[in-house]
Design a protein. Sequence first.
Length: 657
Amino acid sequence: MSNHDLRPTISRHRTTILPWAFAATLLLLLLTPPELRADVVGEGDFSVAGVIGPLPIDGGIVAGDIVIGGTGLSADPFYTFGRMTIDVPAFTDPLVSTNGTIGFNEDGIGEVVVAGFLSEWQIEEILTVGSSGQGFLTISGGALIRTNLDGTSTDPDGVVGELLGSQGWVNISGLGSLMQNYDLIVGHRGTGSINVSGGARLQTLNEAILGEESRTVSGTLAIGTGAVTVTGTGSRWAVTKSIVVGQEGRGEIQALAGGMIHAEEDIILGELNTTSTTIPAVYSKAIVSGPNSLLWAEESIVVSAANTNAETQVYVQDLGIMRADIDITIGERGFINLIGGTLLTPKITSEGVIRGTGTVNGAVINNGDIRNAASIANVREITLFNGVVTNNDNIESVGGEMEFKGNVTNTSPNGDIYGKDAIFRFLGPAGLVNNGRLTFDNTLVESTVFTNNAALAVVANDTSTILGDITLSSSSILEMELGDDYSQLWVTGNANIGGTLELSLAPNYAPRTGDSFEILRSDALAGTFSLEVLTGNPGLLWDVSYVNDSVFVTFGAVAPPGMGADFNGDNIVDANDLAIWQTNFGVGSNPPPAATQAQGDANGDGVIDGADLLLIQQQFGGPPIASPAVAAVPEPSSVLLALAAFGLPLAARRRRS
């Protein structure tokens, strides 16, 4: 039968066995993307084992490498775009090759899609996405890519963004989708990015580096830039050893919306130092955001390594958690930004910055800065510390609130706690022990126990309040400022005072006789200051009095000429003046002649007696001043006791009621 004779028969056969379903099937095939119509398909510029040739459509072994995009084999130099789709049915042979490269040369553009349940591309040695060109890799729908299966590769077997100018993007999505490698580099000297979402997995069986190198290559600066983002519940990146983010280059990791990044050893953010003036400093960034989002190292997390200029910014926000099972170390150029997140670790040692609103679970040794403030919306940032805090540098709140559930020690000599319009709550069993410096400006302090052994400065303007008791020990220095606005410290509990009261005058304030300031008020006052100092104002008469449960400072007048306890005219009241008074004691008792100041008459009444001794006591160690009131002359026994007291250091102490 001739071909001419067969055509009507075939035509009639198709008409009878393919009804309307044929048209529907044909339409479906036309509308279905090519990668879903075949198992392994290559298009455009690609090579198999070094030649342009077919791929095994049903999967199987390729004896060599597969290169997609930029093969250099095309006769047309502008024809550099290639793509490959892999949709090998489940439980059938995967596609296997020695190496896989997507975007080989600098003009090459390669795209690979691996899709479908258990559809797999196995690479015996190295997968490179963006070698010198641009590479795009998509793994979806439960598909898999696994590399270094024969264990022979000594180089990193997963590289995304390899050489200068290269760009590589990997998207892994869908429940069960997996990219597995032994060593992973994202951003060697190029730019690389991996996104994991929808329950997919990225698995690294050894170590991972993001942003590996920054250096000049053939006169051109190459900055390795790598990023990995894990998004969504069930999505994860698991690393058997360590993750380094920003080794010499720039790196970023993100765990978002319930995603997890987990290293069984360390996570290092910002590792090495860059000393070259032509190469920018290492920069790294980590973001943990959203409920159940987790950045977790089973050993340590380093935020900017020691002795490096690697700047690192970490954002833990919206109920996200950064966890290290041994410790977190923050270098000088490391910043932890809490925006409603949690640091979870037994111990934090920081030379950098912890700031914002959130929770810190673990003991803190602060050699840097801890800060919070009021937000733009005038809402206080609230930072909660659940462990013991040792502050060797700076804790500062400007309009914020800090709560410490463990004991807080502010150390000498550099420990400094500063609050302006702030709230501090020291709720540990031992509360707050200050051996450094405290500065309170309109600040509320609640403390289980408040022991001040060093400097406590209360800034003028508004009242600072202690909720509870305060003890000013013998080594304490209470610094207050007097003026039209003056320092006020209100204590709702017991105030046990001692040590030094150090007063200063506000700029442009000139005291007037009778000016009085209530600088401290308490529920119950005990003790007095052992030393009272008015700095920088010689010749000014002033008095400290303890009335009921308050401390007052009152000003008198400047000593007139010819009065005061500086008998030898050297502008200081000291042992030499005491000796003059002692030699001439009693002169002027039976005038004439009346005693003079040079002989020991301090109050100008013409008699050298016990009243003059009281002025010597008040003025000892300072300039000559006059008493605002006539003092009673002590009995001779009191005079002898007072003289004996001069064998010990003499403090200017006055008590009035």
